[in-house]
Design a protein around this ligand. Sequence first.
Ligand SMILES: Nc1ncnc2c1ncn2[C@@H]1O[C@H](COP(=O)(O)OP(=O)(O)OP(=O)(O)O)[C@@H](O)[C@H]1O
Ligand SMILES: [Mg+2]
Length: 348
Amino acid sequence: MRRYDGEAVVNDVSLSIQPGHVTCLLGPSGCGKSTTLRMIAGVEMQDSGTIHVDGHLICDTVFRVPPERRKIGLMFQDFALFPHLSVGENVAFGLKGAGAEKRRRALDLLDRVGLAHFIDEYPHQLSGGEQQRVALARALAPKPRIMLMDEPFSGLDNRLRDGIRDETLDVLKEEGASVLLVTHEPEEAMRMADEIALMRAGKIVQRGAPYNIYNAPADKAAVAFFSDINTLRGKVQGALTDTPFGRFLAPGVPDGASVEIVFRPQHVSIDFDRDGRGPNPTVIAGTPARGLVERARFMGSESLIEFRMDYDDTILKATVPNVFLPKPGTPLWLSVRRDRCFVFPVRS
Ligand SMILES: Nc1ncnc2c1ncn2[C@@H]1O[C@H](COP(=O)(O)OP(=O)(O)OP(=O)(O)O)[C@@H](O)[C@H]1O
Ligand SMILES: [Mg+2]
């Protein structure tokens, strides 16, 4: 646990990272990700709790292995290379031993990130992406067992970022380092992680493989963190709840309690209105409900349509691939993939 001004900003976080795995600490701004990383690195003291590496205690509230002896590599967003040192000297900076040996290791790592030819250049002669790769080589040079990376790709433009992410992953896997990567971008976590730890307000709310976090989210906010959402509300009777889209199971929820049924816009399908009637109900798609188009926008690879629903004027969103831009006021029928709906009890 870590407090600032009496307020716990990281609280009861239990996180283990697997050897050779990339674990992403994912959460909104201010939730305590960097603070967690700084405690593991040893540049900040926790107020309570312990940290172990390979089963050895490296830190509790009394005993503390200094940061430089933790075999932990650090890469932060503002990775600042030393401007007065050459690329090779930057990479070799944390190494001990003879000059020739250090240069060999630096060359090897620069080669790995595709920058061996820059060894005698200076940082200002490199592009942002190249500097980022040098910073990666520098962090890896002392062979850290664990790499801590705090939003390391956030300074790069989108195109460059995808390439560097993939290269970075390859190098980290080759080196066999365990990686803890902090990000607030779900796409980055989905792309990089073997395991995601979803963090909110100083706590870890869910952990798992990207697929599981996306498809079996712990709560409504976990769904909403990865995409737009739609919400239906219902009261439970006999572990079932009735909605305009038909009945949903609400196992384990007591009679009279409220639930929210949450689903993503891409799991809504759209049918035309035929004289006030929609498609027939099916097991997979449930009962359709009618709405009027409120607004339709083309987003590039898909179209986003917002509907004002007949049943109570709720706005629901649907996305469909390619171009589909019905006029505002057009009546259409929506169905929801029932196997992609999440039912959560509403805490009062
Ligand atoms: N040195 C400090 N003194 C006081 N409060 C701090 C300090 N460092 C961080 N905080 C507060 O602790 C909370 C968590 O901060 P932290 O930097 O860990 O968030 P984060 O999840 O990394 O956010 P971001 O995605 O914006 O980097 C924030 O509310 C922040 O204002
Ligand atoms: Mg941060």
